[in-house]
Design a protein around this ligand. Structure first.
Ligand SMILES: [Zn+2]
Length: 681
């Protein structure tokens, strides 16, 4: 048989046997026979690498080469779920949601496994990529590692685009065994599962006994139907679907149909849900892996769409968490934080205490009302919890301090600028726009990993630049001449070069990040992504809508309510904000959404680092030349360094030309540049 055909046949057989063994636990051939086939395939792939598929079953063994985890956008944003901690409240939520569905509603109750969430994308029946949840808008591409998980199908009998969400997890027994052999131990099964997805060498991931359950599927071009049918279909395609499933609805016939799809399910009327939640919570230790709650989901997909989302959560699902982890400690002090929007937050300084796998030393106290409600004073013994996500909160005072039985009060003046704090609604605010703390926070927020990701401008560096008066506003980040740092303590040449590089690189951040980084209230990544997805694909469209006072246009976006819509109008009419946008635009930031490849022409400038100097006849402003370079895969830097490969020199080039010549960078005139642009790779 010709090698290519033989390889295809072997790959198909091996994938089928992997599915029989790892998913269905019904092997048809012996391990030795399996190994023999795999060895043959590996041999052929070495001999004919041109025929090896990225989804070959040989990928299951991973690679010893270092991988990387580039950020990629999710096709459908992955929102976190709203959480409740009481079975009664969860049952009440279900009744309320059912009440909003004319014609009756059905719900599934599924285990919330404490593992690592992952989204698998299939194209033409092949696993094309696997992303971590990330921030929900973009995730890290961990495809090579995920391909080693035997329970993840590499090929499926579904020709259209398919996205599958699920959980990668490890059983407690496997964790104990595997962790014991590791030189550096993981704290819990979840950390091991999540850590394994981020192994640089996929061969290491291949050794971890990881499991996978699929829990949501999105078939391209289909929006109606029923969640239970989707799960059954995923199962038919070879995915493992968790059989510990509850199904609740008031129609007998519907329950019978559900049981026909999932005979293992527990099916009962809506009124039975509270009892079921309580029973499952009590019995969770009997499940072989960690679960920290149950997820209640409406099954009707059209109804889901109708209910929609808040900015943070879908309205059609709820997580019932078994318990909020708690610990007892002492309140040592209260810090006053002032945020970039001026909001004052008292923060509890706690005697360090272990809670849910980490050491807690700080907890939010929200505002004065919260402190008053707790009757909280310094020196008190308190209980703290991690409700929902990761931010710890002070829950109650267990014992008042004997020495100072008082209740803490916020200061009257901003501790950073001395201006009088103003109370608005439940919160206090520093209203001074020039408050150094507010400015510092805005800079920190802008540079943060989730925003513009200028990691070389960390908190310390920003504080230093601020102190010196060099970087006080966001546009200063792009206009400051970082060579002024030369000779300053702690700023070696290499560090300065890295800062420049970080700043340059941030110009490539997509519009959605730029928009969220501006720091406007209620315009974080989720809303920014929703706006862009709805057709507000560039800043001018947004500004134009705001100028027309057209808040309704914003309110028509999924996840944007009237309050946020009106705020958006105010943000994008504010002259100070418009000035900020104009200056960042001039600095070369992206203010227009681009498809991954839509704006990218080719890779003819890939690997090149350009510096632009002088003035040009055809590229005014100069940013237009920079854009052409980036569209061809090149990078543009502010100043000439040893990394510079090309200098685009216009009229009156200045000192950069001499420096570039000294460093042997290629000097390109405007005419030569135009000729280069005409060439396609
Ligand atoms: Zn202040």
């Amino acid at each position: 048989m010709e090698p290519r055909k033989r390889m295809e046949r072997l790959a198909g057989e091996l994938l089928r046997h992997q599915h029989l063994y790892y998913v269905l636990a019904r092997p048809e051939i012996s391990d030795a026979e399996y190994d023999r086939k795999l060895d043959e395939l590996l041999r052929l792939e070495r001999e004919y690498p041109q025929y090896a598929s990225p989804n070959s079953p040989s990928r299951r063994v991973g690679s010893d080469l270092d991988g990387s985890f580039p950020e990629r956008p999710h096709a459908v944003p992955v929102l976190s779920l709203d959480k409740l901690y009481d079975a009664g409240e969860a049952a009440q939520w279900l009744r309320k949601t059912a009440g909003a569905c004319p014609g009756g509603a059905a719900f599934t109750v599924e285990e919330k496994i404490d593992g690592a969430a992952i989204v698998l994308y299939y194209e033409g029946g092949e696993l094309s990529r696997a992303l971590t949840r990330g921030d929900g808008v973009t995730g890290n591409d961990v495809s090579d590692n995920v391909r080693t998980i035997r329970q993840v199908p590499l090929r499926v009998g579904e020709p259209g685009s398919l996205a599958v969400r699920g959980e990668v997890y490890i059983t407690r027994a496997d964790f104990a065994r595997f962790n014991a052999a590791l030189p550096e131990k993981y704290a819990n099964p979840r950390n091991l599962a999540a850590g394994s997805l981020r192994n640089l060498k996929s061969a290491l991931t291949a050794r971890v006994p990881l499991n996978f359950f699929a829990y949501e599927g999105f078939f391209a071009g289909e929006s109606g139907g029923d969640h239970l049918e989707v799960l059954a279909r995923l199962r038919g395609l070879g995915f493992r679907v968790n059989p510990r499933l509850g199904f609740f609805c008031d129609g007998n016939g519907r329950r019978r149909r559900a049981l026909a799809l999932f005979p293992e399910a527990h099916a009962a009327p809506l009124a039975g849900v509270e009892e079921y939640l309580g029973r499952r919570a009590a019995a969770r230790a009997g499940v072989p892996y960690d679960i920290d709650g149950l997820v209640i989901k409406l099954t009707d997909l059209a109804m889901r769409r109708e209910l929609g989302f808040t900015a943070h959560h879908p309205r059609w699902a709820m997580a019932y968490k078994f318990e909020a982890p708690q610990a007892r400690t002492e309140l040592l002090d209260v810090l006053v934080q002032v945020g970039r929007n001026g909001r004052v937050t008292p923060v509890a300084v706690l005697k360090p205490v272990a809670l849910a796998g980490s050491t807690v030393t700080r907890a939010t106290l929200h505002n004065q009302d919260y402190v008053d409600m707790l009757e909280l004073g310094i020196g008190d013994q308190v209980s703290i919890s991690k409700r929902g996500d990761v931010i710890p909160a002070v829950e109650e005072v267990l014992e008042k301090s004997a020495k100072r039985p008082s209740v803490y009060k916020l200061p009257e003046l901003c501790p950073f600028c001395g201006s009088t704090l103003v109370r608005e609604g439940g919160h206090h605010f520093c209203r001074n726009l020039d408050c150094p703390e507010r400015r510092r926070r805005a800079l920190g927020y802008f540079c943060a990993k989730d925003q513009m990701d200028i990691e070389t401008l960390g908190e310390k560096t920003l504080a230093f630049l601020y102190e010196k008066g060099w970087v006080r506003t966001i546009p200063d980040i792009y206009s400051f001449d970082y060579s002024r740092l030369e000779g300053e303590e702690g700023f070696k040449e290499r560090k300065i070069a890295r800062i420049r590089e970080g700043v340059d690189k941030s110009r490539e951040r997509p519009f959605v990040r730029v928009l969220a980084s501006l720091g406007f209230e209620n315009l974080a990544a989720a809303v920014a992504a929703a706006l862009i997805g709805h057709g507000f694909a560039d800043i001018d469209t947004i500004i134009a809508a705001a100028a027309r006072d057209d808040w309704q246009a914003f309110a028509a976006v999924d996840g944007v309510g009237e309050t946020t819509a009106r705020q958006l109008v105010a943000h994008f009419r504010d002259p100070q904000n418009l000035d900020l946008i104009a200056r960042l635009r001039a600095a070369g930031l992206k203010f227009r959404a681009e498809g991954d490849a839509a704006d990218r022409l080719d890779d003819s400038f890939a690997g090149q680092v350009w510096v632009i100097t002088g003035s040009f006849a055809r590229f005014e402003p100069r940013e237009r030349a920079a854009e052409e370079i980036r569209r061809r895969g090149g990078r543009v830097a502010e100043s000439v360094s040893s990394r510079t490969t090309h200098l685009l020199a216009g009229a009156h080039p200045g000192s950069k030309l001499a420096k570039a010549e000294k460093l042997k960078a290629t000097v390109v005139s405007e005419d030569e540049f135009v000729a280069l642009l005409g060439k396609r790779s």
